[in-house]
Design a protein around this ligand. Structure first.
Ligand SMILES: C[S@@+](CC[C@H](N)C(=O)[O-])C[C@H]1O[C@@H](n2cnc3c(N)ncnc32)[C@H](O)[C@@H]1O
Length: 300
C-alpha cells in the first residue's frame, strides 16, 4: 500500500517537484519512466499518482543511486522496476522489459547531491578524492585518464566547449607542464592547479567550477547521451505522451529546446519553467534548473 508521508530521503532534494507533477501529469494506470531516478525523490511522488495499476520504471547509470532509489521506493502505490542503464539506450532498455510505449518520460539531468558528496566519485573540487567523475563507475575513462592523456589542444577544446572557460589555453598548458613532472590523479591537485592560473571570477565563484563541469560533461558524454534520448523519445512515447526534461546548463537546455521545436512535438512550456525564490532558498541547486515539457503529436 502507498505510504502517505514521504519516506526518509537521500541527501538529494528533488528540484521543481510540483512543477514536474504538473507538466508530466501522471494519471492512474499509466506507465511512466523516470530516466534519471537518482535517489527516487521525483519517482516517489510520481508513483503516488499512478495507482491503481500503473507502473513506474526507474533508470539510472549509477548502481549506488539505484540502491538509494530502492530504499526510497520500497513502499509505493504501484510496482516499480529499477534498471541499471544509460538513458541513451532508452529504446533498448524498454525492449528488454517488453514495454512498447510509455505515457511519460522524466529526465532530471546531471548528478545527484549524494554523488557530489562522496569524495570517491571525484565530482567535487572541495574534497580530496580520485579524479574520476564517472557517473557510471563501470564504464568509460576516469577524468584523470583524460587529463593525463589528451593533448593541450584537446583539453583546451573541452574546457571551452563544455565550460566556456576563457582561460582554457592557460589551464591546458599548465596541466601539460604539471603532468610531465607527476600525473594528475586527485581532485585537489587539479583544483589547485586551476586556482593558480585562473583569477577568481565576480561573485567569488571558484575558478575550478567551469573546468570541473567541462571535464564531467566530457567524461560522461552528457550531451551525446541527451541527444540520443531526445532522438528516441518519439519511438518510446504513446501519442500524447509527455516528456519533461530538467537541465542545469545552457548547452543541455539548447538541445532540449531545439529538439522539442523541430520534432513531432507540441511544446507545453513556451519558456523554461524555473524555481521560485522560496525553492532556491531551501534548495540552492534549483537556481539553475530549467524545465521544458512537450507532448508527442503522433507516434514515430
Ligand atoms: C539530478 S539526479 C536525479 C535526482 C532524482 N530526480 C531525484 O529526485 O532523486 C540525476 C541522476 O541521473 C543519473 N544520470 C545522469 N545521466 C544519466 C544517463 N545518461 N543515464 C542514466 N542515468 C543518468 C545520475 O547518476 C543521477 O543519479
Amino acid at each position: 500500500m502507498a505510504s502517505v508521508s514521504e519516506p526518509a530521503s537521500p541527501l538529494h532534494i528533488p528540484v521543481l517537484p510540483l512543477e514536474v507533477l504538473t507538466w508530466l501529469d501522471p494519471q492512474p494506470g499509466q506507465i511512466i519512466v523516470d530516466a534519471t531516478v537518482g535517489g527516487g525523490g521525483h519517482a516517489w511522488r510520481i508513483a503516488q499518482r499512478l495507482a491503481p495499476n500503473g507502473l513506474l520504471i526507474g533508470i539510472d547509470q549509477d548502481e549506488a543511486m539505484l540502491d538509494l532509489a530502492r530504499a526510497t521506493l520500497k513502499e509505493t502505490a504501484v510496482p516499480v522496476t529499477l534498471v541499471h542503464g544509460n538513458f541513451a539506450q532508452l529504446r533498448q532498455l524498454l525492449d528488454a522489459l517488453k514495454v512498447e510505449r510509455v505515457d511519460g518520460v522524466l529526465a532530471d539531468l546531471g548528478f545527484a547531491s549524494d554523488q557530489l558528496a562522496d569524495p570517491q566519485r571525484g565530482l567535487s573540487f572541495q574534497s580530496e578524492g580520485p579524479l574520476d567523475m564517472r557517473l557510471d563507475p563501470l564504464r568509460g575513462e576516469p577524468a584523470s585518464r583524460l587529463v593525463n592523456r589528451l593533448s593541450e589542444r584537446e583539453l583546451a577544446d573541452i574546457f571551452w566547449r563544455y565550460g566556456e572557460e576563457r582561460f582554457r589555453r592557460r589551464v591546458a598548458r599548465r596541466i601539460v607542464e604539471a603532468r610531465r613532472r607527476q600525473p594528475i590523479t586527485t581532485t585537489t591537485q587539479l583544483a589547485e592547479l586551476v586556482r593558480r592560473c585562473v583569477p577568481r571570477g565576480r561573485g567569488g565563484i571558484d575558478p575550478a567550477t567551469r573546468i570541473f563541469q567541462a571535464l564531467r560533461i566530457a567524461v560522461n558524454d552528457e550531451l551525446g547521451a541527451l541527444e540520443q534520448l531526445l532522438k528516441q523519445l518519439p519511438e518510446c512515447l504513446k501519442p500524447k505522451g509527455r516528456a519533461v526534461i530538467i537541465s542545469f546548463h545552457s548547452l543541455e537546455d539548447r538541445l532540449v529546446k531545439n529538439a522539442f521545436r523541430s520534432g513531432p512535438w507540441e511544446v507545453l512550456t513556451r519558456k523554461p519553467v524555473t524555481a521560485s525564490e522560496a525553492e532556491i532558498t531551501t534548495n540552492p541547486r534549483s537556481r539553475s534548473a530549467k524545465l521544458r515539457a512537450a507532448r508527442l503529436r503522433c507516434v514515430a
